[in-house]
Design a protein around this ligand. Structure first.
Ligand code: NDP
Length: 253
């Protein structure tokens, strides 16, 4: 029998990069969902700066929003966050991990530098690798105790097949390479963690109005995240290891 996420409530979720954009919208939509998770770990790389103010306001208003510091490129920050999250989980599993934090820098074949290539790879690929590795212990399940899921927020620009369609306008070499690498990482998680009851999926959120997506983007964060929430709440074993867009349509690798 197929086990879907709709078989059980999402009682705990951790979102990286939730200070703004798509990550912040996930926090807000989980709060508004019919059965909000008991623990929403809203993580942000700088809890002291002004960028965490919206999250601070949310956590003052909602006791299920727990602010946690995570810089996805810092193994010590990730390790410290696991200790804190574990205390709040009180022996329960982490049901859902959303690897959302990411950066895009503009580069073309001529201007791409090794520094930028490595920096973008570090945030967009090493980050989700480190975070998932660290939280695996809290997500893995014994047979018959339900499912956990990892959602990697990827991008159409990482699709090999799609390169010709947007290359002239968006060469973004480091970003494309990082998202293609993230996709294979997601598939590795799907295969490697299958026996632990963990589903892994890569989702392209669409072109979304955020600091990264700019005002020119056609989709609002509300519409993009609303559609991704539907996918997440109905995830099945069959979808593990796939790459889909916000509407659930398969994207070619
Ligand atoms: P934003 O630029 O609006 O937000 C990016 C988020 O990532 C911020 O919260 C930022 O934190 C965080 N972040 C960056 N570096 C780190 C780090 N080292 N550690 C922790 N957090 C970090 O982008 P979006 O909301 O648009 O993008 C979210 C995801 O969606 C990304 O993975 C992006 O690639 C993907 N995506 C977005 C698209 C779009 O059109 N917007 C299209 C396709 C994919 P801080 O505030 O501290 O900088």
């Amino acid at each position: 029998m197929q086990n879907t996420m709709s078989d059980f409530k999402i009682q705990s979720v951790l979102i990286t990069g939730s200070s703004r954009g798509i990550g912040l919208e996930f926090v807000q939509q989980f709060l508004k969902s019919p059965n909000p998770p008991q623990k929403i770990f809203a993580t942000c790389r700088n809890l002291e700066g002004p960028q965490s103010q919206v999250l601070k306001n949310l956590s003052e208003k909602h006791q299920n929003v727990i602010l946690v510091q995570i810089d996805v490129t810092s193994p010590s920050s990730v390790a410290a966050s696991v200790k804190e999250v574990e205390k709040h989980l009180n022996g329960q599993h982490l049901d859902l991990l959303i690897n959302n934090a990411g950066v895009l820098t503009h580069s073309n074949l001529e201007s791409q530098t090794s520094e930028d290539m490595l920096n973008v790879y570090n945030i967009n690929v090493v980050g989700p690798m480190l975070v998932t590795q660290a939280y695996h212990r809290l997500m893995k399940r014994a047979e018959g105790t339900g499912k956990s899921a990892i959602v990697h927020i990827s991008a159409l620009l990482g699709s090999l097949e799609d390169v010709p369609s947007l290359f002239d306008h968006f060469p973004v070499i480091s970003y494309r390479c990082s998202k293609a690498a993230l996709n294979i990482l997601s598939r590795c998680h799907a295969v490697g963690y299958k026996q632990d009851g963990i589903i892994s999926i890569a989702i392209h959120p669409g072109w979304v109005k955020t600091d990264m997506g700019t005002d020119q983007a056609p989709l609002t964060t509300e519409d993009s995240v609303g559609a991704m929430m539907k996918i997440i709440y109905s995830l099945s074993d069959e979808q593990s290891g796939t790459f889909v867009d916000w509407q659930g349509k398969t994207i070619p690798w």
